[in-house]
Write a protein that binds this ligand. Sequence first.
Ligand SMILES: Cc1ncc(COP(=O)(O)O)c(C=O)c1O
Length: 413
Amino acid sequence: MSKRSTGRRVDPRSMSVATRAIHGAQLYPHKAPVAPPIVQTSTYRFENSGDALRYAQGDPDVYVYTRYHNPTVRAAEERLALVLESEQTLLVASGMAAISSAVLSGVRSGESLVSTPALYGGTYRFFRDILPRHAIRVRYTDPRRPAALDGLIDATTRIVYCETPTNPTLGIVDMEALVDSVRKAERRFRRKILIMIDNTFATSLNQHPFRFGVDVVIESATKYLGGHSDLIGGVIAGSREFIAGAHTQMKYYGGCADPFAAFLLLRSLKTFELRVRRQNENALALAVWLELDKHVARVLYPGLPSHPGFEIARRQMVGAGGLGYGGMVTIEVKGGLRKAVRVADALRVAVNAMSLGGTETLVSIPVYSSHVHMSASELRRHGVTPGMIRISVGVEGIDDILRDFTEALATDR
Ligand SMILES: Cc1ncc(COP(=O)(O)O)c(C=O)c1O
């Protein structure tokens, strides 16, 4: 008997993330294709001229133009809302499009944003170079001292923004303490302050910021959600009201998602949980292994007891329903930048390339990539050193990864 004939409906929110990521809300009707169609069109035929008016009056079922809406993009957004546990999501062209659309729809000129200095370099440069042109002020707090935040929030503050774990130093921000101080400040100033978290490194499988009272979650879908180093995308998750504002912002700045990228993303979500579980396991094994290597001065991984944020990470990741501590490991080699370059160039399994979150292990040197064009004092503030190598651990056999790093670290050429 088909589910249709019994009329039994399954609430997808009662299912595990792995199941939700594969089936979504079973949106497609009986006998529809299992893989969604790619609606690769820029525009849509109207049934009659009244359709244009119906769209303008807010009818969500009328499609007019792909920069505004597209059925494949919308299918991905609905699936992502289930995976990220949010009321609604907006899929856009890239992680940076997600960050700029979310931030610019939450803060206006004359207002301000508070952030932590340790951020993905692109985000930091957007805050440093672009926001001031809109007369938006950015102030930075020390994430290790939650009390410092109180002194920085004032009546102009509209957004408190951070990453956790941070790129590339894997610093941990205590979300419970952060939300607590921001809500107190809101009462003091009687204004809503949006808390935004870039959850790209952890993913919604390892960390659930909404469970801590965060308002908006951003993920670069290019990374773990896409997971195969073959698409660029970004997702904003939050309330219906916030997403409507971010959608308007995106419409005019123009960073819409491409239908083919949305299709690839829907495909990738089917293995999201499998991939991330394996990446978590491989990353932990590699971090433990590298701590014993004599060429390595420091291993930064939030799942290691030696990590300064370990207790907080344990509480807010694994202790709050997360699968693990993520697939990112950063090491600092003895011998500085010269040695880091030698090691990165000697790897044979791991790929020396930008980006992260793919099935293949990727390495990059932050001072040459995400943190290039930063002054020495900015690098210090971000905690980035020349001898750092950021590793996005893939799903390869762990023995091959361990051997590759051991041999590359021992190279003296
Ligand atoms: C933490 C983080 N957020 C956002 C981005 C930007 O994502 P995208 O490259 O998809 O624009 C990156 C890119 O590396 C990132 O590492």
